[in-house]
Write a protein that binds this ligand. Structure first.
Ligand code: URA
Length: 445
């Protein structure tokens, strides 16, 4: 480490001082290499959690974690590459639709994704439900696929931001995960390593998200964009609603199926597709294939209608070893029939008033679709489909959700979680916007 003693650095943060980039860099470097022990890093993390980090400190921490590993170089891939990240939610299959969609509009997209944890799903688990699909790509294959197919979704290897991996594990056991600057630095250290020239971030807000209030989501969005600016990477942050699950399917294969239907042009006006088009418009404009995000949305609409986006998904799946037959005919994927239903209780006649995303995420975990702990395995076909959503008419005995599982989960626990998620009313509820707000270095709009 530099001249600064770790104890002095921890004391400085404890007392509210601002730390220099070189001190943070040396501290993170020493921790990654084992020279600073967990107990000192834990003390620092708690001081940062309680006193916060300035945007400059968060940017320096990001840089230190980014520099701890591989920074993928895509400069020889033609075009302006644009990445995408979501802070995570329930039923969030946006990347499955968005990556091929934007690639089919001429903007290359390189994406490193993760697995699901708790009530939120992960893109890698979803893609793994396509027989044969693999995502452990060496950097050369990742680069080649961006060049050839225009899109890649790979797993994050241990070479990307290893400091973040070590720090995240420590945060998990020291009650320091839900700190906005630590989350922002963690996300951006991985996103900046992907090799893209610009980023669009889906900052989810609501019961089913990390950020449950708009105020928290706003602070996170502003910090993510500021870190991007410090790294000369244009970032657009979109705040989107995560009070209710996205779409009508939750679970790995169930969500892939729904994404294929969306790429086929079904559900075009659903909130899920409003978010997809909103993010696509931004990505296509940042990538220079449209003059504005609004024009980018029209480009995206045309690519969905022409079938180009679906064809690009097929190519991406095939390039990564997946069986394209399940894209052409999802019914060929075995084991996916529903095993039970949840029906509307007596006396609820009227409308679905509300659907709690967190409870539905919990039901998916009960069915085996998610992980309680990192080491758990997931049942790739488990989940929920045909979810009734707020505003849908409902009568006694109507199916609210179909449950899927290939193993023998606790169906009663899943049913209870589904019923707990619903509330009903005699009149249709007011609709809430899927896309809430947009933040760039120019401010909120
Ligand atoms: N996602 C991340 O990548 N890091 C965090 O700290 C929280 C969510």
């Amino acid at each position: 480490m530099s001249d600064l003693d770790p104890v002095q650095l921890i004391a400085a943060k404890r007392d509210g001082a601002k730390l220099s980039a070189s001190d943070l860099d040396a501290f993170v470097d020493a921790y990654t290499n084992g020279a600073v022990p967990d107990y000192q890093m834990s003390a620092f993390l708690m001081a940062a959690y309680l006193n916060g980090l300035s945007p400059a400190e968060a940017a320096a921490l990001t840089d230190a974690m980014l520099q701890s590993g591989t920074h993928i170089d895509l400069s020889d891939v033609p075009g302006v590459k644009v990445g995408k990240h979501s802070t995570g939610g329930v039923g969030d299959k946006v990347s499955l639709i968005l990556v091929p969609l934007v690639a089919s509009c001429g903007v290359p997209v390189a994406k490193l994704s993760g697995r699901g944890l708790g009530h939120t799903g992960g893109t890698l688990d979803k893609l793994e439900s396509i027989p044969g699909f693999h995502f452990d790509l060496p950097v050369d294959a990742y680069r080649q696929q961006v060049t050839d197919v225009g899109g890649v979704i790979a797993g994050q290897t241990g070479e990307v931001a290893p400091a973040d991996k070590k720090l995240y594990a420590l945060r998990d056991v020291t009650a320091t995960v839900d700190s906005i600057p630590l989350i922002a630095a963690s996300i951006m250290s991985k996103k900046l390593a992907e090799g893209n020239d610009a980023l669009v971030l889906d900052v989810k807000c609501g019961r089913g998200a990390f950020m449950t209030t708009e105020a928290e989501a706003q602070t996170l969005a502003e910090m993510l964009v500021a870190i991007g600016a410090e790294h000369d990477t244009p970032v657009v942050a979109m705040m989107t609603n995560m009070d209710v699950p996205l779409g009508r399917a939750v679970g790995n294969w169930p969500e892939v199926r729904e994404a294929i239907a969306c790429l086929r042009g079904e559900h075009a006006e659903a909130p899920l597709m409003q978010i997809v088009r909103g993010l696509a418009g931004e990505m296509i404009a940042l990538g220079g294939a449209a003059e504005s995000p609004e024009a980018g949305q029209e480009t995206a609409r045309a690519a969905l209608e022409s079938g180009d986006a679906l064809e690009r998904f097929r190519r991406l799946v095939e390039a990564q070893g997946g069986n394209p037959a399940v894209i052409d005919d999802p019914d060929t994927r075995p084991d996916s029939a529903s095993v039970a239903t949840v029906t509307a209780p007596a006396g609820v006649g009227g409308y679905v008033a509300d659907l709690d995303a967190r409870s539905i995420g919990q039901a998916a975990v009960e069915l085996g679709a998610g992980r309680q702990k990192k080491e758990d395995t997931v049942d790739l076909v488990a989940g929920l489909t045909e979810l009734k959503k707020p505003g849908d008419a409902v009568e006694d005995g109507d199916v609210l959700a179909r449950l899927h599982a290939s193993e023998s989960p606790d169906l009663d626990a899943a049913r209870t979680a589904v019923l707990d998620a619903y509330s009903f009313s005699d009149t249709p509820p007011a609709s809430s916007a899927a896309l809430k707000a947009r933040y760039t270095p120019d401010g909120w709009s």
